[in-house]
Design a protein around this ligand. Structure first.
Ligand code: SD4
Length: 331
């Protein structure tokens, strides 16, 4: 009897100790702004086609898979859709008629991989991942990137899809290069995710701005510009005029602002404000520029902001897969 009483007493004390430790840990989590279980997993991606990409990513996330696998699988859906005119081989060509693709990927360990100006490859994001996992480098471009892809068993696809050819021939009649804000309304796909373990990854892939100069590279394959992940803080990705995103190292800026205590929304707004200031200082017309950022932090909070109306993003969390209109600067 005595033994049993002692056992119960000891058990009760042990349980109390565990509970105390747990609540201390919980309190610490709250205080340090660490991740909360209720918001995991979560995935966000740019534009309306983000809904389809998120749905694919969710299959991995919902099964406690890794964010890295989720984001790669998610953006591949859009890369593989030949009807998309701004991502993958269905994208519009440069002014010389080449479809050149940019993509990058980043994981929770700050592993990074990127390809720029690669041609004839259906899934540049997977080549970027191969650069990350199988080379001593972080970025391969042009012909070298293609040769590497072929050495890894990727297939060389031929030709430009008919619709893009037609658009290009039409464009050649004027050859007027003036990228317009939201004209295609579904641009680059940037995707950021936090998995069930609270780890972040991101992926970004695009055919870039239509009728760009041959060899032009935008922000999308540049770690810190079109995408940035820091497992201690969160993740951000961008869409829009890449030159403007690169000018402020946009996604690195968003993540660093979150590190300093800004919410994802505040961080996206401040990054846009910086582009606005710089654009004005450079005497350029803000009306011609669109840039949108999306971001998440360790608490699963998210934010989005852009220069002008028209940008939207898809978010998939415990409450489903939803398309949201981003708030914007030029009201
Ligand atoms: C680029 N940021 O190549 C990409 C294009 C894009 O909305 O996102 N357009 O500059």
């Amino acid at each position: 009897m005595e033994d049993r009483r002692n056992f119960i007493k000891t058990s009760a004390l042990a349980t109390a100790a565990i509970l105390t430790n747990l609540s201390k840990a919980d309190a610490k989590e709250q205080k340090t702004g660490n991740r909360l279980t209720s918001v995991k997993p979560v995935v966000l991606s740019t534009w309306k086609f983000g809904i389809d990409a998120n749905a694919e990513a969710w299959k991995t996330l919902a099964n406690s898979g890794r964010a890295l696998d989720a984001v790669e699988a998610g953006v591949k859906v859009i890369e593989g859709n030949m009807k998309e005119r701004s991502v993958g081989l269905g994208g519009r060509p440069d002014r010389d008629g080449h479809v050149t693709l940019d993509a990058c990927i980043m994981d929770e360990f700050a592993n990074i991989g990127s390809v720029a100006c690669i041609e004839h490859i259906k899934h540049p994001i997977s080549v970027a991942r191969a650069v990350m996992e199988k080379t001593p480098h972080v970025m391969l471009v042009g012909e070298g990137a293609l040769q590497f892809a072929l050495s890894q068993g990727f297939t060389k696809e031929k030709g430009v899809v008919e619709e893009s050819q037609k658009d290009w021939k039409e464009w050649l009649k004027t050859s007027n290069y003036k990228p317009q804000a939201n004209i295609e309304n579904h641009d680059t796909i940037g995707m950021i995710a936090m998995d069930a373990n609270g780890n972040f990854s991101g992926a970004c892939t695009t055919s870039g701005l239509a009728y760009k100069m041959h060899g032009r590279v935008g922000d999308s394959p540049i770690i810190g510009a079109g995408l940035f992940v820091d497992n201690e803080v969160g993740a951000a990705t961008a869409t829009g005029h890449g030159e403007e995103v690169i000018r402020i190292a946009g996604c690195h800026l968003v993540v660093e602002l979150m590190r300093q205590g800004k919410s994802p929304q505040q961080a996206c707004e401040e990054a846009v404000a910086r582009i606005v200031r710089i654009t004005k200082n450079r005497g350029k017309n803000l009306k011609d520029i669109q840039v949108g950022f999306i971001a998440i932090n360790q608490n699963g909070q998210h934010g989005a902001y852009c220069i002008q109306s028209g940008f939207n993003y898809a978010i998939y969390d415990g409450s489903g897969n939803n398309l949201v209109d981003s708030d914007y600067f030029m009201k």
